[in-house]
Structure formats: C-alpha cells, structure tokens
Design a protein around this ligand. Structure first.
Ligand code: ZN
Ligand code: ZN
Length: 235
C-alpha cells in the first residue's frame, strides 16, 4: 500500500500564519503532498484580554468566526482534491497560553473552547470523532519560553488519552516522546513558507479522511520524514 506524505499542523492568515489558505493549499499541493490539516489558533480568553488588540489581530479565530473558518476550509478541501488530489482536513489548535497547553483537534465539526481543561478538550474532540494531538510537548530550540509544558508535566496521566503526540515539531525532535513509546506524528507547525522544510509524517493507508484518522490512532504504519524541498516522488 502507498505511503502518504502528511502535515497535520499548519497555520494560515485565519490566525497568525503569514500565508492565506489558498496560498498554503497551492504550496503543499504543487510539491505533491497527499494530506494536510489546517489548524489555526483559537486562544484562551484570559490570554486574549492580557494581549489586548494584538491577540485579536494575530491569534483570534474565535467562536464568532468559527463557522466562516470551517466553510472556508471545506471550500479549500474541495478545490485541493480536484486540483491536486490532496486531502485537506479541517482542524484547529486549541491554544491555552494561560495554563500552557496547545492541542490540535483534527476533523472537528463544532467549536471547542480552549478555556476548557485538557481532559474536557480531548473528550470533546473524540465525541466529534476527531483526532487529538499533544503539540510540541517539550522544549523547542526556536522558542525559549515554551507555551505548552503543562502536557509534559502531566504526561503520565495524559499519555494514552491523546490520539498522538508530536515527536517532532518543525526542526525539533522530542526524544522523550519516543522513549515513552507514545503514539506519534511529526509536523511543521507551518507559519510561513520556509517552515515547509521541516519534519513531517508518513502514513501507510488509503487516501481518505477516515483511513488517515484510523492510521494515526493505530499508529503502527507511521514514520517521520524531513522534507528538504522539491517534488515529492510517489514510487
Ligand atoms: Zn502551538
Ligand atoms: Zn501551531
């Protein structure tokens, strides 16, 4: 069976990404990716009031914009499939900078507040048949003050609640995730074009959303690859 080239952590101008949704789809589609998830930030309300205007400009794709965001993603998914044969999975990064956790919800249909506790968020994602991913759970080279250490501090309790953990995020590898033998994926945490050259996930499964989700959950036919540019060859 084929190996699919996947990136499950991508930001656009719907939050703090530099590229528009159409632009991102074209970028990944043209080099031959099979599956991408768009995961713009929704930010916890305490951080929104703390950051003030910058937050609403940079981060917030809040509840009032969520339906429009979802519609834009469905539209992008349709055209990406027609044009490139690439799956686009609608997602979100539940960003709680007050309590320090970032969680990806993939293929969710309804808004989830990032103010909720980790267990409640995971439960809500799985109730919607989505995929929950613990984001950059360990310290990263490019980020001194890590916003998501809570997940690692509580990893014993949270280990198997998540469908997967990021073992790689952009340039960073988290060997602790590997040592614990958690389900894993690797992603770019794409915010701008140069982030395309980074860790990604390979999955061996059929190219449809249900099979991709099942492959992440089972996590037995999964691998990492470091994308260095150029056309991806499927052979
Ligand atoms: Zn994050
Ligand atoms: Zn992110």
């Amino acid at each position: 069976m084929q190996w699919l080239y996947c990136d499950f952590h991508i930001h656009t101008t719907w939050s703090d990404g530099k590229n528009s949704l159409d632009n991102v789809v074209a970028l990944y589609g043209e080099v031959g990716f099979d599956v991408i998830a768009i995961t713009d930030h929704v930010l916890d309300s305490e951080s929104i009031s703390r950051y003030g205007r910058t937050a609403s400009e940079l981060f917030v794709m809040d509840e009032s914009k969520f339906d429009a965001y979802q519609e834009a993603l469905w539209g992008a998914a349709r055209s990406a499939w027609e044009k490139y044969g690439m799956l686009v999975i609608p997602g979100v990064e539940l960003t709680n900078n007050t309590n320090r956790y970032h969680i990806l919800g993939l293929d969710i249909k309804e808004y989830i507040s990032p103010d909720l506790g980790v267990e409640q968020i995971i439960e809500s994602i799985s109730r919607q048949q989505g995929i929950s991913v613990a984001c950059h759970p360990y310290s990263r080279n490019h980020s001194g003050d890590d916003p998501s250490f809570f997940l690692w501090e509580n990893h014993e309790r949270l280990a198997t609640l998540f469908d997967a953990w990021e073992v790689a995020n952009r340039d960073d590898l988290f060997n602790v995730v590997g040592l614990k033998k958690f389900n894993y994926i690797g992603s770019s945490d794409f915010h701008e074009k140069r982030h395309l050259l980074s860790w990604k996930t390979l999955l061996q499964c059929e190219k449809n959303v249900e099979s991709v989700k099942e492959a992440i959950r089972k996590n037995d036919r999964v691998s990492l690859f470091l994308y260095r540019g150029g056309k991806i060859r499927h052979d």
